[in-house]
Design a protein around this ligand. Structure first.
Ligand code: NDP
Length: 301
């Protein structure tokens, strides 16, 4: 479909590939210093097919970066104690620098309690209460991968974010809240919007930076956007299939065609924020490995 697109497309796929390459280049120096590769353990409970695909691609990307990948699968019937016991073993395992508990867990398990048992220094998903607290306090820690990826794309585009007006639409623990903290840490002036926000279009219209993390297909419209704004679309939504198609199209939380005609730059869906998430998971694993080994953080990440 032809689109009247004034905006530049922010190519997250290419940026993520570059980041993964730089991570792979940094691994040999870590191996030389410590005698072992950085290690990422991924825990999958149950047999949700989408989660199994995510876990598979995380494992492949880890190995491709020269790191060690440890995959642990527990049955859907696993108890809370069994999940926590596995996480405790991984906390104690010196070969493991990062632990990722693939969410969602089966309904009978308490996700928050399970996540909180992960050693914060190995919390490469940045979801433990300690990681959230460190981020809020501005202390070095692990930052959730998706918002960190958004920050990297914004800084690549804009350089210094000081004084920029930013709005984050969505306040989830996974994306919206840490995104707000990261933007604040980068000296942007941040508005956090959510389902109870009044006159959202008017607030979005003030922003130089718009991050949409809502989970509602094509909600952010072209006439909400200030001309020249940068728009980061975190949403991944599948539309109902068109006649005869097996699957519907994937779209973001932003009406791409409308917004691209007004914004300065925009991330596409797919190929924008999505690829950044795994690249930042590898980045977090590399950083966690350095800190655990008592080495300075690798430069340029
Ligand atoms: P959640 O469902 O956890 O949070 C959605 C947020 O959007 C909530 O804070 C909610 O507000 C807010 N919201 C809902 N409706 C409206 C509305 N009409 N106006 C304003 N705010 C609204 O979602 P996530 O943050 O986990 O994910 C958001 C999207 O990002 C999803 O599409 C998800 O698939 C995608 N995603 C993509 C990733 C990637 O790698 N690209 C990674 C993670 C998520 P309230 O708090 O008031 O309910």
């Amino acid at each position: 479909m032809a689109v009247d697109a004034a905006a530049q497309v922010i190519d997250g796929k290419a940026f993520a590939a570059g980041l993964r390459g730089r991570i792979a280049d940094a691994v040999p120096a870590f191996v030389a210093a410590t005698g072992r590769a950085p290690g990422l353990a991924v825990v999958l409970v149950g047999d949700d097919p989408a989660s199994a695909v995510y876990v598979g691609s995380k494992g492949k990307a880890t190995v491709a970066a020269g790191m060690a990948s440890f995959e642990h699968r527990l049955p859907a019937t696993a108890t809370q104690d069994e999940v926590e016991a596995l996480l405790a073993r991984l906390n104690a395992d010196d070969a493991v620098d990062g632990i990722l508990l693939q969410l969602p867990l089966p309904g009978h398990l308490d996700e928050q309690v399970a996540v909180a048992t992960i050693d914060p220094d190995k919390d490469v998903d940045g979801l433990t209460p300690v990681s959230a607290g460190r981020l809020a306090l501005g202390i070095a820690g692990m930052v959730p991968c998706t918002p960190y990826g958004c920050l990297l794309l914004l800084q690549d585009r804009l350089g210094d974010l000081s004084g920029k007006d930013a709005i984050v639409v969505g306040r989830s623990i996974l994306v919206g809240k840490p995104m707000g903290q990261l933007l604040l840490g980068a000296n942007a002036t941040v508005t956090m919007a959510h389902s109870r926000t009044k006159d959202l279009p008017a607030l979005v219209r003030r922003a130089d930076i718009v991050v949409a993390a809502v989970g509602r297909a094509e909600m952010v419209k072209g006439d909400w956007i200030k001309p020249g704004a940068i728009v980061i679309d975190v949403g991944i939504n599948r539309l109902p299939p068109a006649d005869g198609a097996a699957k519907g199209r994937l779209v973001g939380d932003v009406d791409y065609a409308e917004v691209a005609a007004v914004a300065d730059a925009i991330t596409p869906v797919p190929g924008g924020v999505g690829p950044m998430t795994i690249a930042c998971l590898l980045r977090n694993t590399l950083v966690a490995a350095h800190r655990r080994a008592g080495l300075a953080d690798p430069e340029g990440f």
